[in-house]
Design a binder for this molecule. Structure first.
Ligand code: ADP
Length: 482
């Protein structure tokens, strides 16, 4: 495995104050090749001293070198980061695919999206401006946008570089500094990003990258009193812990906590689009996507024909090592594949495709067959719980109103998709569903420009687009009596 890439070319040391901190004798966390179960790298753990140094360096940079960089130059720096990511895209995609197990073409897409975040927010860094407020002839009143301060970024393992870029680019555009803690399973592209930021001329301390277990390094970072905002993407349980830590020192938070998002297919839909859309919604990145369309809610009158085709397509998916670009790669870890298997076993649902651990030839890693379950009960774990694996749960709806009711009936509210030619139904659905975003006739429509976030257990706050900047600046109002 290791012959596929020279992992010694990646500097695994924490990046603090513009330098690598060499940690001899530190604890290490192995990162694994999920396809084979073998170790790729041993990444040193950043202890409390390193966390404190990282936050202190971000705090110094905030009022020091970073405050002196004029917005137009900040913008140029972010653009250079985008360019350097694109220049190194092939290497970054290889690393991302090996580290996360995701198919190579998806990893390539992730790297381009990461570059695009820096490019997009580069465009706004010199355009963040306040308002003047009319109070009559005796006053002048205006607002200023000020960076919120030192921001912490807690990154999940399913979209390592994309999620890093999604938070970091707007934070830097708004003039904040940052400490990034990638997931212990997938820290490698963030560590490479450190070199890119240096090459792009981002001053020391503006971005610090530290690795380690969530409940140690991550917790210390979120608890740190000098952290003003925590951007978190991960599970609901960990999100609650992070919120408590942030609350202890009154830091603001952005919480992106996953979902159980429905793809509604009505009988009048373009069935080819609906089928292709459902497959992508459910099985991209082996279903390990917060915004995955992991529930198909289909109108009864078109269900039989649709489900036959769906099961045939899913049954034909190739399973293999991400770097070989199969349809479906491995699940991130042994723990995760066990969780997927136990939810499927517990669900009481009828299996229309898959339903077992996957066994691609010659590979002993953590595979699960792409699976379609027909739920018998709306309270089933397969309907209510985020599985985070290649499992699509189907629910049959009597009609449009029933489909809306089923779509809404989970504790989550991240995304809703609908396939229909009836504009009125599509818009009624958009209004009805509690969710941060609605996709009509193309699941995952939109991009870095379109705001993203959740309601209910899916969290709160918005990332992406211009909305994504708002977490990173505070509005200060200045009012003068003349
Ligand atoms: P999963 O269980 O799927 O790994 P988590 O939500 O636990 O997802 O992890 C998402 C991110 O949160 C990872 O970077 C992880 O290291 C981090 N993390 C886990 N626990 C904590 C914690 N107590 N405080 C801060 N970060 C944490």
């Amino acid at each position: 495995m290791t012959q596929l890439f020279d992992f010694d070319s990646i500097n695994l040391s924490p990046f603090v104050d513009g330098k690598r901190i060499s940690l001899s004798g530190a604890d290490v966390i192995p990162t694994y090749d999920a396809a084979s179960g073998s170790v790729l790298c041993n990444v040193p753990v950043s202890d409390e001293n390193i966390v404190n140094d990282a936050v202190a360096s971000a705090k110094r940079a905030l009022k020091g070198p970073w405050a002196k960089v004029i917005p137009a130059e900040r913008s140029r720096m972010l653009m250079r980061v985008a360019q350097l990511i694109r220049k190194d895209a092939a290497r970054l995609a290889t690393i991302e695919s090996l580290d996360s197990g995701k198919p190579l073409r998806e990893a390539k897409g992730d790297i381009e999206t990461s570059a695009r975040y820096f490019e997009y927010y580069a465009g706004i860094a010199d355009k963040l401006q306040g308002d003047t407020i009319p109070l009559g002839p005796d006053f002048v009143s205006f607002t200023m946008h000020e960076p919120i301060g030192v921001t912490a970024h807690i990154i999940p393992w399913n979209f390592p570089l994309v999620t890093t870029a999604r938070g970091l680019a707007p934070a830097l555009a708004a003039g904040c500094t940052a400490v990034v803690k990638p997931a212990e399973q997938t820290p490698l592209t963030a560590l490479v990003l450190a070199d890119i930021l240096t090459e792009a001329g981002v001053p020391p301390g503006v971005v610090n990258i530290i690795c380690g277990p969530g409940n140690k390094t991550g917790a210390l970072l979120c608890e740190h009193p000098d952290v003003a905002h925590v951007t978190f993407t991960g599970s609901v349980a960990t999100g609650k812990t992070v919120m408590r830590a942030a609350a202890s020192h009154v830091a603001s938070v952005t919480m992106e906590l996953g979902g159980k998002s429905p793809v509604v297919v009505l009988a009048d839909a373009n069935m080819d689009d609906a089928l292709n859309g459902t497959l992508k919604a459910a099985f991209m990145n082996a279903g390990q996507v917060c915004s995955a369309g992991s529930r198909l809610v289909i109108e009864k009158s078109c269900a039989d024909a649709f489900l036959d085709k769906l099961a045939a397509r899913v049954g034909a998916f190739t399973l293999g090592r991400g770097i070989d670009d199969p349809d479906i790669g491995p699940v991130i870890s042994e723990q995760q594949v066990r969780k997927v298997a136990s939810i499927v076993a517990e669900s009481g649902a009828q299996t229309l495709a898959g339903g077992k651990l996957g066994k691609p030839s010659g590979l002993n890693g953590w595979f699960y067959e792409p699976t379609v379950l027909l739920a018998k009960d709306a309270r089933s774990v397969a309907v209510q719980e985020e599985i985070f694996g290649p499992v699509l749960t189907v629910q049959i709806a009597d009609d449009f109103d029933h489909a809306c009711a089923l779509a809404e009936d989970t504790p989550y509210g991240l995304v809703g998709g609908i396939y229909t030619r009836d504009v009125s139904k599509a818009l009624k659905f958009s209004r009805h569903l509690s969710a941060g975003q609605i996709f009509i006739n193309q699941y995952f429509a939109g991009g870095v420009e379109t705001p993203f976030g959740g309601t209910k257990n899916s969290g709160f706050g918005r990332e992406k687009g211009l909305e994504g900047l708002k977490a990173y600046y505070a509005v200060k109002t200045v009012t003068a009596r003349l």
